[in-house]
Design a protein around this ligand. Structure first.
Ligand code: A3P
Length: 336
């Protein structure tokens, strides 16, 4: 397998030799991992208890080895399709609102949220200099137990979002199917993808283990990890915007609240607003030099309960049963 090590960076010869060596070690290690067929027809690899695509895994291993956070960094963490894009927009808008007197907040109008808050294992792994050090926000899909040790042992804060497993699965399947169809490739049948998901094989799956990792960490380090759900954030977005502000040490002042600042941020980050922006309708997200995804795929419906339009009641009950069984004894009950 070909390695796609950073092409955007200029490496000196020492660095370049080290990277070549890493690519060799990476390829050797990959060949030893258990494999399964993924949602795009590609291979998934089981690494440290979770399923990764090769592209993802390479980024992860690179950051596990090299990444050092700033002590003030805040990470938006999630399993894919649980509301990452929305949470990034909200966290970015809340954090940058006063410091940069509106100018950075408005970059949400011209940049996709994933470009405002870059992914650790994609954009940052490809090019560490991509990040804007003045905005201490990064994001990750990496499970808690696989995060670089430098993050776990730091004082960095983490905001985690998760979502009902049925809606997450349907959102995942729709996303990958649409991506495949945009390349004229037949998507994996829903029933096949469903079976895989129930067996724990999905990108960054098992889904329940991803959720439980951050849940348990949030119980152990409540001051460091804020655990949110998509459904609760939908139900009361204002309370969540304020909670985010408080957690990121930039609470809204009384004056800001009276001036409607919270509502302005909520409107700006709403599905209706973001999905209609030119950048999100027609732009592309470049996760690396070879992968470009249409931004519009990150804005599908933004609704709770859409699973019922794709899964039978039996399929829904099967996921609910699995989740109930897996979360048993953890104290966590996800809203449905
Ligand atoms: P659906 O596919 O159910 O519509 P992620 O950002 O983690 O990839 O998750 C994508 C899901 O979040 C999609 O769900 C998408 O429509 C929804 N979403 C994106 N932006 C949103 C927003 N501003 N508000 C609410 N939901 C949003």
């Amino acid at each position: 397998m070909e390695s796609s090590l950073p092409s955007t960076q200029i490496l000196d010869s020492g660095e370049s030799a080290e990277r070549k060596n890493e690519a060799k070690n990476y390829n050797e290690m990959m060949s030893t991992l258990p494999k399964a067929k993924g949602l795009r027809g590609n291979d998934y690899y089981l690494y440290q208890g979770f399923w990764y695509s090769s592209f993802f895994l390479e980024g992860l291993m690179s950051v596990q080895e090299h990444f050092n956070p700033q002590s003030t960094d805040i990470f938006v963490a999630s399993s894919p399709k649980t509301g990452t894009t929305w949470l990034k927009a909200l966290a970015f808008a809340v954090l940058t609102r006063s410091r940069l007197s509106g100018s950075t907040t408005s970059s949400l109008l011209i940049k996709m949220p994933h470009d405002c808050v870059p992914f650790l294992e994609f954009q940052v792994a490809q090019n560490p200099r991509i990040r804007d050090l003045a905005v201490p926000l990064l994001s990750t899909h990496v499970p808690y137990s696989c995060l670089p040790k430098s993050i776990i042992s730091s004082s960095c804060k983490i905001i985690y979002i998760c979502r009902d497993a049925k809606d997450t699965f349907v959102s995942l399947w729709c996303f990958f199917s649409a991506h495949q169809m945009s390349k004229n490739v037949e998507p994996l049948p829903l029933e096949e993808a469903f079976e895989m998901f129930c067996n724990g094989i999905s990108i960054l799956g098992p889904y329940w283990d991803h959720v439980l990792g951050y849940w348990r960490a949030s119980l152990e380090f409540p001051e460091k990890i804020l655990f949110l759900t998509y459904e609760e954030m939908k139900k009361d977005t204002a309370a969540h915007a304020k909670k985010l502000a408080e957690f990121m040490d930039c609470s809204f002042t009384l004056e800001e609240e009276e001036e409607g600042e919270v509502q302005k941020i909520i409107s700006m980050c709403s599905f209706e607003k973001l999905s209609r922006l030119e950048v999100n309708k027609n732009g592309k997200l470049h996760l690396d030099t070879s992968i470009a995804i249409q931004n519009s795929l990150y804005f599908r419906k933004g609704e709770i309960g859409d699973w019922a339009n794709h899964l039978t009641p039996e399929m829904g009950a099967r996921i609910d049963d699995i989740m109930e069984q897996k979360l048993k004894g953890s104290g966590l009950k996800l809203p449905r």
